[in-house]
Write a protein that binds this ligand. Structure first.
Ligand code: NAD
Ligand code: IPM
Ligand code: MN
Length: 357
């Protein structure tokens, strides 16, 4: 029997609701498909920060290093400045384990209402650079508190960093529909973004069959809303990818269903699976968070671990749930609680009551 060690970091806010809900679902799949999930829970969080002044202990990363995957809820909560909490936990994990791909699917699930009046078939993947770019800690303040105060924040785009995200995206496009779109802004950002375009072109020469497009980020945002069916694989820098991966899902049901994985493709280090959303302090503790983003994230983790059938079944169960529209949380127009949605999904799996879609 295959056995996987999962490091679980529920983190803050609704992370503590959607992660336990997802574990219930994963456990049912483990029994159904005959594999074992061994969880180790870590309370790295803003609560921990309040107690000991750190988001995680000094050996916090070491503790995660040997697991097969990390399953994380969300990080950040009022009371701890966001740059302290995120640079004390989420970003160090992404960097220490070289999770340089942030893979975020955008797909219109059957039964989910889009805010758009007319919407076709939407199914694309955002490949976000996850280790450098605009998210660098190079910079600082100078002449603080004086009239000459200045602040500087450097963007870092390395050849290695850009090329590897491009290659990953092109390979993915080849496995899908041979279509790729690059998010740029080389009309305004003349050093890093022209380099981004150059590398896109150069790496693309090895993929002659892949249809290549690029848009400046401003009009790309408009196309994400007006023509979401155009896209198949979208490759973007860290910041652009971050923004696009809230916008893309907004058109197909919202942040409550947006899944993601922080991937180390070489599998030298564990990858980390976390929904796109944050800790949602406004609804935390109310049992109303939509757990679908985290379920879908769990499916991505199962696929990464090699449990492809279980991953597929979980996705079918999620889509049966949305298609029937009976038990949905309020962000999707329902009235159900997190617990009710979780139980309904488990019923679908256990009773094998999949709707043929
Ligand atoms: P957020 O994603 O937490 O919430 C944005 C809005 O979406 C809120 O109204 C929230 O209620 C709603 N929402 C989010 N997830 C939902 C779900 N599953 N079901 C229903 N509604 C949902 O973003 P924010 O408010 O900008 O950030 C809150 C905190 O989370 C901040 O500290 C931020 O830095 C952090 N954050 C962390 C991550 C992460 O850990 N990956 C991602 C984004 C934000
Ligand atoms: C995300 C989040 C994080 C990011 C923040 C919380 C640092 O918004 O995972 O999308 O920008 O990477
Ligand atoms: Mn984000």
């Amino acid at each position: 029997m295959n056995k996987y060690e999962i490091a679980v970091v529920p983190g803050d806010g609704i992370g503590n609701e959607v992660i336990p809900a997802s574990i219930k679902v994963l456990d049912v799949l483990a029994v159904t498909f005959g594999f074992q999930l061994a969880y180790k829970h870590y309370d790295y969080s803003c609560k921990n920060f309040a107690k000991v002044g750190k988001m995680m202990p000094d050996d916090g990363l070491e503790k995660l290093r040997d697991c097969d995957s990390i399953f994380l809820g969300a990080v950040g909560y009022p009371g701890v400045p966001d740059h302290i909490s995120l640079w004390g936990l989420l970003i160090p994990i992404r960097r220490a384990f070289d999770q340089y791909i942030n893979l975020r699917p955008v797909r219109l699930l059957k039964g989910v209402d889009s805010p758009l009046k007319n919407i076709g078939n939407v199914d694309y993947m955002i490949v976000r650079e996850n280790s450098e770019g605009e998210y660098s800690n190079i910079g600082g303040r100078f002449n603080e508190g004086t009239e000459n105060e200045m602040v500087k924040q450097e963007s870092i785009f390395t050849k290695k960093g850009v090329d590897r995200v491009m290659k990953y995206a092109f390979e993915l496009a080849q496995k899908r529909n041979n279509k790729i779109t690059s998010a740029t802004k080389s009309n305004g950002i003349i050093h890093t973004m022209t380099y981004w375009d150059e590398r896109f072109k150069e790496i693309g020469t090895a993929y002659p069959n892949v249809e290549k497009n690029q848009f400046h980020i401003d009009i790309l945002c408009a196309h994400f809303v007006q023509h979401p069916e155009w896209f198949d694989v979208v490759v973007a820098s860290n910041l652009f990818g971050d923004i696009l991966s809230d916008l893309g899902p907004a058109v197909v049901g919202g942040i409550g269903i947006a899944a993601g994985g922080n991937i180390n493709p070489e599998k030298i280090f564990p990858s980390m699976f976390e929904p796109v959303h944050g800790s949602a302090p406004d609804i935390a503790g109310k049992n109303i968070a939509n757990p679908i983003a985290c379920f879908w994230t769990g499916a991505m983790m199962l696929a990464h671990l090699g449990e492809l059938e279980a991953a597929k079944l979980l996705m079918d169960a999620i889509e049966t749930l949305t298609f029937s529209r009976k038990v949905l949380t309020r962000d999707l127009g329902g009235t159900a609680t997190t617990t009710e949605v979780t139980n309904e999904l488990i019923n679908i799996i256990k009773n094998n009551s999949f709707i043929k879609i």
